[in-house]
Every structure is written in structure tokens, then in C-alpha cells.
Design a protein around this ligand. Structure first.
Ligand code: SAM
Length: 291
């Protein structure tokens, strides 16, 4: 097969791949992403000297592929587009939720240390997780000025993609990834490197960690519960029943009274009795009822 040739794929063969990938990863590739699948598989076949889709399918089905190759194939089937401060309305909801909770808790128990755990689900290359950590740091500056107190916080980023997580851990970004970062924030939280690259500062990196996992299998990897779960532009990869399974898992990981933020328009109903919608037409957020 010449390097540039991508063999066509019949509808029934595509259906086979759709079912296979959904079974193995939970990800659903709609017909509109067929070209994407063909490109990813062809690249892989070229690298491995595999002649056609059915030979590759048999190898994958038999598990005759290294973990690394499988990870890189899955990686090439998902989109990792992201940036800092991608969705201001949702971030504002998180900031005011944390500010109000912190203030209430300090008023109720002034001497008790307060902890906030935040989770960026489908964090890609880390911009979303670091944005949340920056917002929490700003919250602490405000609390310090108003009542001389600070909260302890941590942000966990989870993604299925190993290469994206490697970028996240390094924390170095081209300047276009910071296009929506307010200038004062850019100066305070980033070190400028050569060639228009920026690195997130250590005080923010130290509050952030990254874990590889499929969002559908997180119960085996993450045991802690969160005050805020932020999951944007990830549900698009799932069919309706799997979306509900993801929401179910996320709700289980939310502390009572915790905040779940989804991508605007990603879901019409959550179908979960533990969640109540936050009254804000600019974002899709829910509070877990206190039990
Ligand atoms: C379009 S990016 C969104 C990044 C970020 N949340 C944002 O909104 O800017 C989607 C990310 O979800 C990740 N993803 C897709 N399916 C996943 C799954 N089943 N488990 C974990 N991460 C997944 C992809 O690897 C990708 O990095």
C-alpha cells in the first residue's frame, strides 16, 4: 500500500469498527467521523505493515497489539482541542460556588481548615485543570484580604490520552493556548520562555496532578470524592446510554452539596435524582443534593 493511500471502508465494516471501539473504550464514532477513523487506522497500518482493515481488526480483537500501540490508536480517535479560560461562564459558576462555600464554612467553623478538591474530567493537555487551579489561587488571595484565611485545594486532571497528559505534566504552552488569559493573570501565573512559549508557574503545578483513565473506568483508579467536577466537551464521545453512565459515575464521586459542571448544550437531561440544575442560562451545572 503506498504511504498516502487510505483504502475505502464499506458501511458494514465501519459498523464493525464502531461496535468494537465502543465495546473496548466506550467511545462512539458517528458516521460523520468515518474519515477520521480511516485516517487513524491507515496511519497505524502503514506503521505496522498491515495490509487491510480486516487484518488489523483480527490483531486487535485477538489482543495482538502492544499497550502503547493501542493507546496511540485510541489517542488518534479523539480530539484534544482545548485552551486556557475556554468557558468563562462556567468558570464564573465554579469561582462563585467555591467562594460562597468557603465563606459559609469559615463562618460556621472559623478554626477548621477547609479543603476543596476539583476534578477536570477529559483534561486533555491540562489547560482546563490549570485554569481551575489559577481560579482557586485567586479565590485564596481574595479570602486572605477579606478574612485572613485560605483554603487548601487540589485539582486532578484525568484523560484517556497518554500523549496529552505528558504535555499537561510539563505545563509548557504555545502563546495561542493563552489567548483568553487576562494579561494580569498571564503575568502572575506563567513564566515566559523563548519563542512565544509559556510555562505554568510551580505554585500552580504543585496543586495539580494528572491521571490516565477512561472516564468509564474511573472507579478503579480514583477513590476520593470532589467538591467540583468539571467535565466539558467529553460527553460528545458517548451515546446516550453511556452518557448517562458517565453522569452516574461523576455523581457518585461528587461530595454532598458538590458542583457538577458540564459543557453547555452537551446534554438535555441528566436523569439523576441526586442532581438539581443550577439556575444559570449560560452554563450547564448541577448541585448534588445534601444527604
Ligand atoms: C475536546 S477535549 C476537551 C478538553 C477540555 N475538557 C476542554 O473542554 O477544553 C476532549 C478530551 O476528552 C478526552 N476523552 C475522550 N474520551 C474519554 C474517555 N472515555 N475517558 C477519558 N478522557 C476521554 C480526550 O482524550 C480529549 O483530551
Amino acid at each position: 500500500m503506498p504511504a498516502y493511500e487510505m483504502p475505502d471502508m464499506e458501511s458494514d465494516e465501519f459498523a464493525l469498527w464502531q461496535a468494537f471501539l465502543e465495546k473496548r473504550t466506550g467511545l462512539w464514532l458517528p458516521e460523520s467521523r468515518k474519515a477520521f477513523l480511516i485516517a487513524a487506522l491507515s496511519r497505524h497500518m502503514k506503521e505496522k505493515g498491515i495490509q487491510n482493515y480486516s487484518e488489523l481488526y483480527s490483531k486487535l480483537d485477538a489482543g495482538a497489539i502492544s499497550i502503547l500501540d493501542w493507546a496511540s490508536l485510541v489517542d488518534s480517535l479523539t480530539v484534544h482541542e482545548t485552551c486556557y479560560y475556554r468557558d468563562i461562564s462556567s468558570l464564573n459558576v465554579v469561582s462563585s460556588y467555591c467562594r460562597n462555600r468557603a465563606t459559609e464554612r469559615f463562618q460556621a467553623e472559623p478554626e477548621k481548615p477547609q479543603h476543596f478538591q476539583l476534578w477536570s474530567v477529559g483534561c486533555s493537555t491540562g489547560e482546563e485543570a490549570y485554569t481551575l487551579a489559577i481560579e482557586m489561587d485567586k479565590l485564596n488571595i481574595g479570602l486572605n484580604e477579606s478574612c485572613g484565611k485560605q483554603v487548601y485545594f487540589g485539582v486532578t486532571g484525568v484523560d484517556i490520552s497518554y500523549p496529552s497528559l505528558a504535555v499537561a505534566r510539563e505545563g509548557i504552552y504555545a502563546s495561542r493556548q493563552l489567548d483568553f488569559v487576562p494579561p494580569v493573570t498571564k503575568n502572575s501565573y506563567f513564566n515566559r520562555l523563548a519563542d512565544e512559549y509559556y510555562q505554568i508557574k510551580d505554585n500552580i503545578r504543585q496543586r495539580t496532578c494528572f491521571i490516565q483513565s477512561n472516564v468509564l473506568e474511573m472507579s478503579t483508579k480514583l477513590k476520593q470524592n470532589f467538591d467540583v467536577i468539571y467535565c466539558q466537551n467529553v460527553l460528545i464521545y458517548f451515546r446516550q446510554d453511556k452518557k448517562q453512565a458517565v453522569i452516574e459515575q461523576l455523581t457518585q464521586r461528587l461530595k454532598p452539596g458538590g458542583l457538577l459542571v458540564l459543557g453547555h448544550g452537551e446534554l438535555t437531561s441528566v436523569g439523576n435524582e441526586l442532581l438539581t440544575r443550577v439556575d444559570n442560562k449560560h452554563c450547564l451545572a448541577f448541585l448534588r443534593k445534601d444527604s
